[in-house]
Write a protein that binds this ligand. Structure first.
Ligand SMILES: NC(=O)c1ccc[n+]([C@@H]2O[C@H](COP(=O)([O-])OP(=O)(O)OC[C@H]3O[C@@H](n4cnc5c(N)ncnc54)[C@H](OP(=O)(O)O)[C@@H]3O)[C@@H](O)[C@H]2O)c1
Length: 449
């Protein structure tokens, strides 16, 4: 048990150097320093949060909305902590707080205005890194303040299973909107539809594989002119998943004369980029007069089966989108712009697809903002923290009454933090990514509780 006046060892996650390109675990290192427990404004960190904007702070920036991290110093981020000592009139020893702290066991809070006292403790404390903290406020402000939502409107949210996206979609559903969300894996898409109850959800990387394969078969048919027609009678799919590698093997049986096989290996490389690699191959075996001839259709080799985003939106939004809650940027934004309705709104919350790029992607369809009279507005959540009490009044009853579902992805221990942070950029997190530092019961841990 820690005692006031004692020196304690303080494990920390240190940023080694500024990062360019895709971040690596080795950009951060675990170190142990010591810290005197009599320091003013000292807190013991309990939960720490992994947030995409932290990647932005890993590069050297001047004149930005957030400061760069300092190489050689602990990473800074949101967390939940217990006050061990405070010189501030608003906080006393034993208080629980959430806000900006360090990626270490003990931190000195430098800006007291960047932490909020936790008044309501009959919810999981980790919620203050997410639904009751910065991401919750982001979803609330972005949706209600920027999007001017109305019942019955058509809402699209990207990076939807993450901390912010899962909440925006639920706020929209509570208001009676039609909500479609996108995510990367089948697991996440199932979560969006079944757990959160959104009207539709799609996998933006691998939308409608079966339909795409059927199209490929049809294309192949055109290519093999003069050959007997390939009819899709039935097919078998073998799926094998291990260590992030996803093997899919499809065999299509046409008639007794032909068999079409399709093989796909998908694996995440983390790090370095690419974020997702996909290998595709297709072969068609055609037999004539019972003598087997094999024809390899090279055109399918290494061709992605993903439907271009541009074609996805008319399917889910035949009449267009009223509200787009932007979390990813890049190609997604470009495709969405073409599908916005007259006088629709876009809340520019984040652009995670761009954070690791040295050269951001360009956007081609901005003219739609003019022709459709779209209002597109960016925001930074900290500008709205004065609304935090109002937000709590809205969200706490919803949580209590079970009207809002919240999914967290909890890692354990400070050492797990670098991998958890990097995992955000390859979509490893399912729900809000947080990590827990203190597992032993609080009453045993805190001094003078
Ligand atoms: N404006 C503000 O004040 C403010 C405050 C908080 C957050 N934000 C922004 O809001 C966005 C969502 O934050 P969050 O905390 O909800 O995120 P999160 O929970 O950390 O989720 C991040 C998700 O983004 C998706 N993703 C990662 N790399 C991607 C890429 N290259 N292309 C497309 N999607 C990618 C992944 O989901 P899939 O596996 O589904 O692709 C990943 O799980 C971020 O852009 C963040 O910077 C802004």
């Amino acid at each position: 048990m820690a005692v006031v006046g004692e020196e304690v060892s303080n494990k920390q996650i240190i940023l080694k150097e500024y990062v360019s390109g895709f971040p690596k675990e080795s950009d951060m290192v675990v170190k142990t320093a010591s810290r005197g427990l009599e320091e003013r404004h000292l807190v013991k960190n309990l939960y720490l949060s992994c947030d995409p904007y932290m990647r932005v702070r890993m590069r050297k920036m001047e004149d930005s909305y957030v400061e760069s991290f300092t190489p050689g110093s602990p990473i800074i981020g949101y967390g939940v902590a217990r006050v061990l000592d405070s010189g501030h009139p608003n906080f006393k020893k034993g208080d629980l707080v959430w806000g900006i702290t360090g990626w270490e066991e003990y931190s000195v809070i430098k800006a007291q205005e960047s932490v909020f006292k936790i008044q309501n403790t009959n919810v999981a404390l980790s919620y203050y890194t997410g639904i009751l903290g910065m991401p919750g406020m982001t979803a609330y402000v972005g949706f209600y303040e920027l999007c001017s939502p109305k019942q019955g409107e058509y809402v699209f949210v990207s990076a939807a299973s993450g901390a912010v996206g899962q909440l925006v979609g639920q706020f929209a559903k509570l208001l009676g909107c039609y909500v479609v969300e996108s995510a990367e894996t089948k697991e996440k898409v199932d979560l969006l539809k079944n757990k959160f109850g959104f009207d539709e959800a799609f996998n933006y990387k691998e939308e409608d594989l079966e339909a795409t394969l059927k199209r490929m078969v049809a294309n192949m048919d055109n290519l093999v002119q003069g050959m007997p027609k390939l009819k899709l009678v039935w097919f078998i799919v073998f799926i094998y998943k291990k260590n992030g590698i996803d093997f899919k093997f499809f065999t299509f049986f046409g008639n007794e004369k032909m068999v079409f096989t399709y093989f796909q290996i998908k694996f995440s490389l983390s790090p370095p980029p690419p974020r997702l690699a996909t290998i595709h191959a297709a072969t068609a075996h055609l037999s004539e007069n019972k003598e087997l001839a094999t024809l390899t259709i090279d055109i399918f080799l290494q061709k992605s089966v993903a439907t271009p985003l541009i074609k996805i939106f008319p399917r889910y939004f035949p009449n267009g989108i009223d509200i787009y809650f932007e979390n990813v940027g890049g190609k997604m934004l470009d495709a969405v712009l073409l599908n916005m309705r007259l006088r629709s709104r876009i809340a520019m919350c984040g652009m995670i697809s761009q954070y690791n790029l040295e050269q951001p992607e360009g956007i081609h369809n901005l003219f739609c903002l003019i022709t459709k009279r779209v209002r597109m507005e960016g925001f930074v959540v900290s500008d709205y923290y004065h609304m935090y009490p109002k937000f709590l009044d809205m969200i706490l009853p919803h949580i209590k009454e079970g009207k809002i579902t919240y999914v967290e992805d909890i890692a354990e221990g400070l050492e797990s933090a670098p991998a958890a942070l990097i995992g955000l950029f390859v979509g490893h997190n399912v729900g809000k990514q947080v990590y827990v530092l203190v597992k032993i019961p609080e009453e045993l841990y805190f001094i003078d509780k």
